[in-house]
Design a protein around this ligand. Sequence first.
Ligand code: 13P
Ligand code: SF4
Length: 299
Amino acid sequence: MGSLEDQIQQLKQSRHAVILAHNYQVGEVQDVADFVGDSLELTLKAKSTDAEVIVFCGVKFMAETAALLCPDKTVLMPDAGAGCPMANMVNAQQVRDFHAKYPGAAVVTYVNSNADVKAESDICCTSANAVKIVNSLPEDEIIFLPDQHLGAWVQKQTTKTIHIWKGFCPTHQLFVPERILELKAQNPGSVFLAHPECSPAILALADAVASTSGMSAYARDHAGPFIIGTEVGMLYRLQKENPDKLFIPASESAVCPNMKKTTLEKVLWSLQDMKTVVTVPAEIRERAHQSIERMLAVR
Ligand code: 13P
Ligand code: SF4
C-alpha cells in the first residue's frame, strides 16, 4: 500500500473527485488538495469544476454552499462535525424578527452562515467582496449578519445605514492590541495584515485588511516581514508561497478547532466510503441558492 497521499490521489482519480481546501486547513491537507483558497474562490471552484465528487476540506457552511451550487455533484465532508460557531449565532427565525424591525432593509448575509439563514437573505457576501455587494444594492438600508466586525468594517466604507447582527468569530476575538504593538516594535518595518473578522481595535492597527486569499496576494507583492492577524493555518500557505519572507502569527492561539478537524486520514476515508454526503433540505434549497447566485452575479 502506498502513502496516504498516494492512496488519496489514486482514489481521487477513480472517483472523478476534486479536493478543495480552505486556507486554514492543516498543511498536509492543503498539500493534497487540488485547490486551496478563501471562501469566495472555493465557491467559484465548486461551481466551475467538472469533477463528479467534491471533497470539501473546510467547515460545514462552505460545503453546504458547494452543495447548493452543484446539485448534480456529490459533496463530501471528511469530518461532518466541522461547524462554524459564528454561523450558529443566528437562526432563520431571528433573521425574520430582525427584518421585521427594518422592513425596508436588504438582508446581506456573510457566507459564514447556515443554509436556512441564507434562505432568508437577499444576497450573500464573503470577506473578499462584502463592501462591493453592499454598495451594489439599490436599498440605502442594510441588515448585515452574522458577523458584527465585518459589518462594522463595511459600515466604514459605505454611506448606507447598516443594522448589524452581533455575531463574532471566537478565533478572531483572540487578538490583543497590546500584543500587535509589541510585535510591531520587535519587527521594525513589519506589515500587519488583518482579517475583517477581527475587532475594530485590531483593524485600526492594520496596514491592510483582507480576506485570507487577499493576504496571500498582498504578501506576494510586498517584502514584509508580515504579522498575520488571522487563523494560524494561513501561515502555512503564506510561508510555502514565499519561502524567503518572514511571517509572524499575531497570536499563536488563533486556531479554529473546527478547521483542524479534517485530517489526511479522514480525507482518505471520505473517498473510500463516499462519506459524509452534504445535502441541503429541499424546502430551503432554492432560496439559499438564489442568495449565493446573486452574490456571484456581482462578485
Ligand atoms: P475567508 O473567506 O477570508 O477565507 O474567511 C473565511 C473564514 O471563515 C474566516 O474565518
Ligand atoms: Fe468560523 Fe471563525 Fe472558524 Fe472561520 S475561523 S470557520 S469564522 S469559527
